[in-house]
Design a protein around this ligand. Structure first.
Ligand code: NAG
Ligand code: NAG
Ligand code: NAG
Ligand code: NAG
Ligand code: NAG
Length: 637
């Protein structure tokens, strides 16, 4: 096979003066300077074909902003050319998208003439990581605001309306746009997640990545108050292979064989369409280490588990798996905060709101899996179909706890619409008017959303502490991070901001009565700590337990979505708890599963070992309230 210097060929053909080059068509901004115009004698080698058209590659420019690849759309291109043909094409330049929020793809959409001059040419792909290196922080110069691509307000500009000159060294969308239509190679790719539902796979290659965790995923995190959270533009979707082979089904951290394909934009994101499917050459270790945070014998040192158990009903097949996680991987924490407990009839929309059978089934399964550990449980029944989630399922948050370790402060359980308040009891301690009780359940923030459940507890040493279990509104209706709206739309963010505010206002009311109260707020917040605009009310008042425990930023994840490992389940603690120190482990039983189907839930559980009261008994009495076991280490004050 001969390789051709295309410019030489165009000279040979004597068409230089009349022709437009591909780089002229692509230009140096998002949209073609020639959009809508007819061009003549565009020269390129056919690099790939699909059912609807072909891609051609022309001479590379010295200007990295101007792509030398181009899509030719239509039957004329597929019928009259083969891969390896040197073609001369005339037609109309167009900017195409199939959905409103997509970015535009430059193509020749109306071919007036296409001629194959010769065949058998090969095109050397650009080697990403060598010839061109993707930026690894932000997506677009238009993502202005303190949280970068996660900033709020969002959708303040449309990228295609601005049509900026590309800055491919700095911004991810600009980088991939500058490669549009080109043949590229990704050497030694690593998968960042399971495949999506269309079989596409997010990968990054052998180049610098931000927030890389020990598994090989890319975590959304911030390294400090002034750091922008990374959008991971260094990862790219690998779409359906062009030769009808099928992509494998990798997992976070799986190593793939080299991928060569065409850069394009479709379905709201940049993709590489591989010429042929890669193979998985190495899987990560599927053993998930159990938590190292075992029970200690001090009454004040408790293990708090948090787990979104994904639409659990009494008949859910995943109950034994979740129970095994609680028993074997979390070592039966003293209190479990769970979210997504459905009512006793599951998704059947029959007016049932009690979840006693669901919770009983979970507690029984844990007892079985753990060889006898018994949990009590409690929840507040919602009004039928008022809390969002799967219709008829009535998901809610609930607590399970080990009665030999903790108990609820005696009180009256609240109802669906009654709001619990923090008050001082006769002995001068903080208690709740309903225990447990919902926080401001009729507030507009909770319309069609799960209400938080507050509880006042006491340890066997008689010390009190307080918890709030939350499940904030989801990110449904978010726009693609690689779409037209900049910054991208963060679905439900206003809602979550207001929910964080109402939750923080309640915690504030406890701390106003007792500034040294031990308070834990945990649950599925459907938001990253890096989206400071949303979680600020909680962050301003409380401490992220990860910070207390010094969990490395990249290891803070409980979920995987698109190319991101991400923490959307959080534990926040009050000053009193933070200053006693603590430990936190995110146990990756689900993000590290062998396949999506093998997961028990879409979330990983977290376990924290925290001091909910001081090791010293009150009234100045020396020594811990409970005998320390022989294996008990140092008491942290
Ligand atoms: C986009 O920018 C290029 C380069 O400045 C310009 O030639 C082209 O007309 C612009 N397109 C639109 C639709 O503004
Ligand atoms: C962004 O805002 C524009 C109006 O400026 C609107 O037309 C568009 O639908 C919005 N995009 C998204 C994804 O919500
Ligand atoms: C925690 O306890 C389990 C048994 O419940 C045991 O297998 C494991 O080794 C313990 N881990 C540590 C770090 O002590
Ligand atoms: C569920 O359990 C609670 C607490 O034991 C009880 O008060 C309530 O009546 C039960 N609901 C149903 C429908 O059995
Ligand atoms: C909640 O929002 C209100 C109104 O914006 C504000 O005044 C208040 O400080 C916020 N409370 C918390 C705890 O963030």
């Amino acid at each position: 096979m001969k390789r051709v210097a295309l410019y030489a060929l165009s000279l040979l053909l004597g068409v230089e003066a009349l022709t437009t080059t591909i780089t002229d068509i692509q230009g140096t901004s998002f949209q073609s300077p020639l959009a809508g115009q007819f061009v003549y004698g565009v020269i390129g080698v056919v690099t790939a074909k699909d059912r609807y058209g072909v891609w051609i590659q022309g001479d590379r420019s010295d200007d990295p902003r101007a792509s030398s690849g181009l899509r030719l759309y239509g039957g004329a291109a597929t019928r009259f050319t083969n891969v390896g043909d040197l073609v001369s094409v005339s037609g109309r330049v167009a900017e195409y998208r199939s959905s409103a929020n997509d970015l535009l793809l430059t193509e020749i959409d109306y071919i007036t003439s296409i001629v194959s001059k010769s065949s058998g040419h090969t095109v050397q792909p650009l080697v990403l990581g060598v010839d061109r290196i993707p930026p690894n922080n932000q997506l677009s110069s238009l993502d202005v605001g303190r949280d970068g691509w996660l900033s709020i307000p969002n959708n303040i500009t449309l990228l295609e309306n601005i049509n900026a000159t590309l800055s491919p060294d700095e911004f991810g969308l600009d980088f991939w746009e500058s490669l549009e239509g080109q043949l590229v190679t990704v050497k030694s790719p690593t998968a960042a997640n399971f495949p999506d539902r269309f079989g596409s796979v997010w990968v990054y290659g052998d180049w610098p990545a931000t927030g890389k965790n020990a598994r090989g995923g890319l975590t959304i995190h911030t390294d400090g108050p002034d750091e922008l959270p990374p959008a991971h533009p260094e990862a790219i979707l690998i779409g359906r292979p062009l030769d009808a082979t099928r992509n494998p089904k990798p997992v976070m951290g799986a190593k793939l064989s080299d991928i060569t394909g065409i850069v394009t934009y479709q379905y709201g994101a940049y993709y590489i369409l591989p010429l042929t499917a890669p193979e998985i050459i190495e899987y990560p270790d599927f053993g998930v280490p159990p938590s190292s945070l075992n029970s200690t014998s001090h009454a004040c040192e408790l293990r708090i588990g948090d787990y979104n158990v994904e639409n659990m009903s009494p008949r859910s097949h995943h109950i034994p798996k979740i129970a095994a996680h609680v028993a074997q991987h979390l070592h039966t924490p003293d209190i479990l905060f769970v979210q997504e407990i459905q009512d006793d009839s599951g998704a059947r929309n029959d007016g049932t709101v009690s979840a006693n059978k669901t919770l009983r089934a979970l507690a029984d399964a844990i007892k079985k899996a753990s060889g006898g550990v018994e949990y009590d449980f409690i929840n507040v029944e919602p009004e039928d179909n008022k809390d969002g989630g799967q219709p008829g399922g009535n998901i809610r948050v609930a607590y399970l706890w080990r009665p030999e370790k903790v108990s609820l402060v005696a009180g009256t359980i609240g109802g669906a619409t009654t709001s619990t308040e923090a008050v001082i009891d006769n002995d001068g301690n903080v208690e709740f008017t309903y225990n447990p009780g919902r926080i401001d359940p009729t507030h507009a923030a909770w319309e069609e959303a799960r209400k938080p459940l507050a509880a006042a507890w006491q340890t066997v040493s008689g010390d009190r502490f307080y918890t709030v279990n939350v499940h904030f509104s989801s990110k449904r209706d978010s726009s693609s991070a690689q779409g037209d709206a900049r910054p991208p739309v963060n679905g439900g963010s206003e809602r979550r901001m207001s929910q964080a505010n109402v939750t923080a206002t309640f915690v504030d009311s406890i701390l106003a009565l007792s500034s040294s109260a031990s308070v834990i707020v945990a649950g599925d917040m459907n938001e990253y700590a890096a989206t400071r605009a949303v979680l600020r009310p909680l962050q301003a008042l409380l401490h992220d337990a990860n910070d207390v425990a010094d969990v490395p930023p990249a290891e803070r994840y409980t979920y995987a979505y698109d190319q991101h490992a991400q923490e959307i389940d959080h534990i926040f603690v009050s000053d009193a708890i933070a200053k006693r120190g603590g430990e936190v482990e995110h146990v990756h039983v689900n993000t590290w599963a062998r396949s999506i189907g093998e997961r028990a839930s879409d979330h990983d559980p977290t376990v924290a070992r925290l001091w909910v009261c001081d090791a010293d008994v009150k009234d100045g009495t020396e020594g811990p309230a409970v005998e320390l076991g022989a294996d008990h280490g140092q008491v942290v004050l």
